[in-house]
Design a protein around this ligand. Structure first.
Ligand SMILES: Nc1ncnc2c1ncn2[C@@H]1O[C@H](COP(=O)(O)OP(=O)(O)OP(=O)(O)O)[C@@H](O)[C@H]1O
Ligand SMILES: [Mg+2]
Length: 236
């Protein structure tokens, strides 16, 4: 495996009496695409949120090694530091893209940069570049409701990428799409992440989506189970 970008050890998380994570160890190499599969309620979203510093685990550590600079244990950072890391270094794509309906497609993408202090003009330029790369040229001024599901997901991917995110976390990014559109969205997601030397973690129920990733880890009852599928013939 390449140099680890994420190294999670002995992660546990309970919600009341529910054990969502029961001691998870996971190493993710830089430039990998890792699919996380498992039954509903098995702990996939919780794992993704803990790895991304959205949720603090009860115990365990998550070491993140940036491309430049020293590794950090995300779990020891306070909310302010984790929020900065999420804004500047990580990208997120969810099933419902969490796009802002009142803004145009290009503004939704540019906003991610403007929050980090980039000027509106430069942010819009970068956003336009990503839209063109993802086949969305000409749709800049449309509002989210005026896009198809697949187009909206590509806007969400552009928004996750425009800041130069080294690590992209996606939770069921194709969950609401038909299989052809899902395939197109995976093209966009893989091209914009592993295709650029970045790393992708994607939770999915869809074995076709998982098969396009370099590796699949299986989660059951809060554990990453031993069986792991290494996929060949990956198209980035
Ligand atoms: N905020 C919360 N409060 C209480 N219980 C929670 C919370 N988040 C998750 N859980 C519980 O933790 C367990 C794991 O949930 P999680 O969302 O990680 O599952 P999942 O594998 O993503 O499922 P799905 O495929 O349905 O999205 C479930 O039993 C869930 O009900
Ligand atoms: Mg989930």
């Amino acid at each position: 495996m390449n140099t680890p970008v994420l190294h999670a050890q002995s992660l546990t998380k309970t919600f009341g009496t529910t054990t969502a994570l029961a001691g998870v160890d996971l190493i993710v190499g830089r430039g990998e695409s890792v699919a996380i599969m498992g039954a509903s309620g098995s702990g996939k979203t919780t794992l993704l949120h803990v790895l991304a510093g959205i949720t603090a685990p009860d115990a365990g550590s998550v070491h993140y090694a940036p491309a430049h600079g020293a590794p950090v244990d995300i779990t020891t950072r306070n909310e302010r530091e984790r929020s900065k890391l999420r804004r500047e270094t990580f990208g997120f794509v969810f099933q419902q893209g969490l796009l802002i309906p009142e803004l145009t497609a290009i503004e939704n993408i540019a906003l991610a940069l403007m929050i980090n202090g980039t000027s509106r003009r430069v942010a819009l330029e970068h956003a336009a570049g990503w839209m063109a790369s993802l086949g969305l040229a000409g749709m800049e001024e449309r509002r989210i409701g005026e896009l198809s599901g697949g187009q909206a997901q590509r806007v969400a991917i552009a928004r996750a990428q425009v800041t130069g995110a080294e690590l992209v976390f996606a939770d069921e990014p194709t969950g609401a799409l038909d299989s052809q559109t899902s395939n197109d969205v995976m093209d966009a997601l893989l091209w914009s992440t592993t295709g650029q030397g970045r790393t992708l973690l994607v939770v999915t129920h869809d074995s076709e989506v998982a098969a396009r990733c370099s590796r699949t880890v299986h989660v059951r009852d809060g554990h990453v189970i031993g069986t792991e599928t290494v996929n060949t013939g990956v198209t980035a």
